[in-house]
Design a protein around this ligand. Sequence first.
Ligand code: PGA
Length: 248
Amino acid sequence: MKKLIAGNWKMNGSMENALNLAKDVVAGIQENTQLLENNDFLVCPPALHLAPVRTELTSAVSLGGQDCSPFDKGAYTGDVSAAMLNDMKCDYVILGHSERRQYYCESNMLIKQKAEMALEQGLKAIICVGETEGEREEGREQEVVGQQLLESLPEGASADTIVIAYEPVWAIGTGKVATTDDIAAMHAYIRAQLKSNAKDGDKVRILYGGSVKPTNAAEIFAVEDVNGALIGGASLQAHDFLGIAQAG
Ligand code: PGA
């Protein structure tokens, strides 16, 4: 299966930065179309930048939201609905990122509701899971990730509708990366759970995320059941973002 190279731009940059970044990503792929043989590309800009960024993208790069509402429409001030993302020609939406779980107290149940809205609109839900450093020290990482996964999976979860991103919380934006043994163990565990709980679970993409860079991507991508990466910091420079795909 092709790897999914997904950039999570988070709440960074001006409109001008976003347009330039999108242009640079598209130009970099055009200069090296070989990258498309093994990789699919996705960028997830801030919601306000989706429409302008879309005008810069070609079919080589998909567009995604960073979150969506658990409600379909109406009086939910500040929310962006899955239908609105669909209207902006998004193909994906990131859900349950650890920053949302941590700063907005998002529960597995809420993430499941959001994922169901996403699926109703034909968006692929990238459901993020991952343990904290303390949970890993206590040896509870599989228990935590397993519960997040099973409680967040929407009805209709399948290889066509969902992607899982395993992101150990302590590795996000910190420069710390899980060892390849730890990544292998967790991805194998997630794969086993998906096989019993999602349609075509053996084909659901499982991304790794947490301080992925061009310098560590090759060893991460060599791990069994790593089907791409969810990239924060390094996705803000086209050169690094594409360098990660190149490394794989
Ligand atoms: P990072 O972020 O690459 O900056 O660690 C990853 C993410 O939060 O998805």
